[in-house]
Write a protein that binds this ligand. Structure first.
Ligand code: GDP
Ligand code: MG
Length: 163
């Protein structure tokens, strides 16, 4: 059985970077499927032998400040409802922000299965933020570097039992 992973979180934490890494060049195959909106990008992802669908909550980045909260909530809820498992991404370098806590609340209420990921964790700069992530009450954070591909094998280990 295959599954769908939604990558959610506030703008600029690195969601699309991870999406692109997981999808590689396979996006073109599914880009125009019915039901996929402009704001939710869907792609065929692969980590080694593990194949799944991944959803990126794109479109947030274009929202203006006053529309951002509402759009973030609506888009995130839609992605959560489409997904079997959510990867909730924070920026380990920025630490946990007030906006991250809004997302955490949405996920706690709505998502069955959440993987908390502290991205931008390469080097030492992310250590404090990754520790702070425990305070979100969503379990042990996975340290990731979407840009450098670090943590992807740990993500595999977490996803493999779901497949
Ligand atoms: P999104 O808005 O959540 O989709 O974030 P993006 O994927 O567009 O990334 C936002 C910025 O963070 C870009 O400048 C990325 O290059 C950068 N970024 C993404 N992943 C990492 C990472 O693992 N480490 C560092 N240092 N920067 C990253
Ligand atoms: Mg993006």
């Amino acid at each position: 059985m295959s599954f769908t992973l939604a990558i959610v979180g506030r703008p600029n934490v690195g969601k699309s970077t991870l999406f692109n890494r997981l999808v590689g060049k396979r996006l073109a195959l599914v880009d125009d499927q019915p039901g996929v909106t402009r704001d939710l990008r869907e792609g065929a992802a692969r980590i080694a032998d593990l194949k799944f669908t991944v959803i990126d909550t794109a479109g947030l980045e274009e929202a203006t400040d006053e529309s951002l909260q509402g759009r973030m909530r609506a888009l995130t809820e839609r992605a959560v409802d489409m997904a079997d498992v959510c990867l909730f991404m924070i920026d380990a370098r920025a630490g946990v922000t007030a906006t991250d806590r809004v997302f955490a609340d949405i996920l706690r209420k709505r998502a069955d299965h959440v993987i908390l990921a502290a991205n931008k964790a390469e080097g030492k700069a992310g250590e404090a933020g990754a520790l702070e992530a425990y305070s979100l009450g969503l379990g042990d954070p996975l340290s990731l570097s979407a840009e450098h591909g670090e943590g992807v094998s740990e993500l595999y280990t977490m996803l493999a039992p779901i497949a």
